[in-house]
Write a protein that binds this ligand. Sequence first.
Ligand code: PGA
Length: 245
Amino acid sequence: MKIVSAKDYNDMSRKAANIISAQVIMKPGCVLGLATGGTPVGTYKQLIDWYNKGDIDFSEVTTINLDEYRGLKRDHEQSYWYFMHDNFFNYVNVPEENIHVPDGANPDSDEACREYEEIIRKAGGIDLQLLGIGTDGHIGFNEPGEAFELRTHCVDLTESTIKSNTRFFGSEGEVPKQAYTMGIKSIMQARKVLMVVNGENKADIVKAALFGPVTPEVPASILQMHPDFTIVGDEAAFSKIKDLI
Ligand code: PGA
């Protein structure tokens, strides 16, 4: 486990983008596992900036996103497909056919998840998986209590996630109740894992995930066992582990 301290959100984003950039330079045809959420947005912005300067080329890259709401079409403004285009893909040259997000529009969850695992397998596995972390330790949509051995599967969103997502959807009735997510096993099979984390509200969970017991109650804690795991965090997120690193 490598712990990389950053001063603030911008510094975290630049350091994470540097690691992704190094991956793309070393292996131009690499497979990047990508994540949604507020934390990685700055990382995507930095990569877009370097792309515009001609410093990075995504023309041979394949991307595989962590998760998607079940029941949303790609063009829905709250879909993760939309989010990724809005924050990254519309501004760089990843070929459209190389972009993969679980098919939220497929109501057959077994088929959607099986097909997604097949996409990962055919791509040759994930070289670098980018992750955020939830305040409860979730990674992707793998909430506390999820079995470590699961691959891509359908999850019921927790009541608190549905409530907190209501602000993006008009009314609670419109919030999707389920999602397709890579499982912990799919994530652990990535050759490198890169987590980004910022802010005081993540300080407790960072300590529990990195230095607490490895337990399904803290899904991110399994990353302690990953052979090539790097976490980049700002001062606030690392404020409870400063004496341990
Ligand atoms: P955030 O989400 O980056 O918006 O904090 C992280 C996550 O829930 O994985």
